[in-house]
Design a protein around this ligand. Structure first.
Ligand SMILES: Nc1ncnc2c1ncn2[C@@H]1O[C@H](COP(=O)(O)OP(=O)(O)OP(=O)(O)O)[C@@H](O)[C@H]1O
Ligand SMILES: [Mg+2]
Length: 140
């Protein structure tokens, strides 16, 4: 049984609300009183994956699950999926559009930063089938 579970919706292309979910996750973890560095790592991962849903994915949702020994963030979307996930995790790889780049996105660093910041990352994605990221953090 998780100690806490919260679910949030993310809307494709909604740049007005983009980032709100990760801010909410950050404040929930702060209220619980987790270590600031752990909160920072979870927030980075939540933010980068939320932005990827908004920019590259489709409508989706984020679940935060706080257990006794770990924090898990599930990020799902019903978008086009990722054809080559190995390539997507490489630094600098990006299919961001001109508009995304004008807003300051598209360095191709989101997924690599998620990988660096989390303890484990599992990605499940197929072309045309949407994307599911499971991002976990150990809590000592
Ligand atoms: N949810 C997703 N659905 C479909 N494709 C995705 C998704 N997330 C990532 N990708 C693909 O993986 C690529 C790399 O993602 P990554 O987050 O590393 O970089 P970026 O979003 O392009 O740029 P940055 O995150 O640095 O602003 C994206 O450009 C996109 O092609
Ligand atoms: Mg990104």
């Amino acid at each position: 049984m998780p100690e806490l579970q919260r679910n949030f919706k993310v809307k494709f292309n909604d740049f007005m609300k983009a980032g709100d979910v990760s801010i909410q996750i950050q404040s929930i973890l702060k209220a619980i009183g987790f270590d600031p560095d752990l909160i920072r790592r979870v927030s980075v991962c939540a933010y980068e994956s939320e932005m990827n849903v908004v920019m590259h994915g489709g409508d989706g949702d984020v679940s935060l699950i706080v257990g006794p020994k770990d924090i898990t963030v599930h990020v799902r979307d019903d978008g086009p999926g990722i054809e080559n996930t190995e390539q997507a995790f490489q630094e600098g790889y990006s299919t961001a559009t001109h508009e995304h780049r004008e807003m300051g996105f598209g360095a191709g660093m989101g997924l690599p930063n998620i990988k660096k910041s989390a303890d484990t990352v599992e990605v499940n994605s197929k072309k045309g089938k949407g994307t599911h990221l499971k991002i976990s953090f150990n809590v000592e």
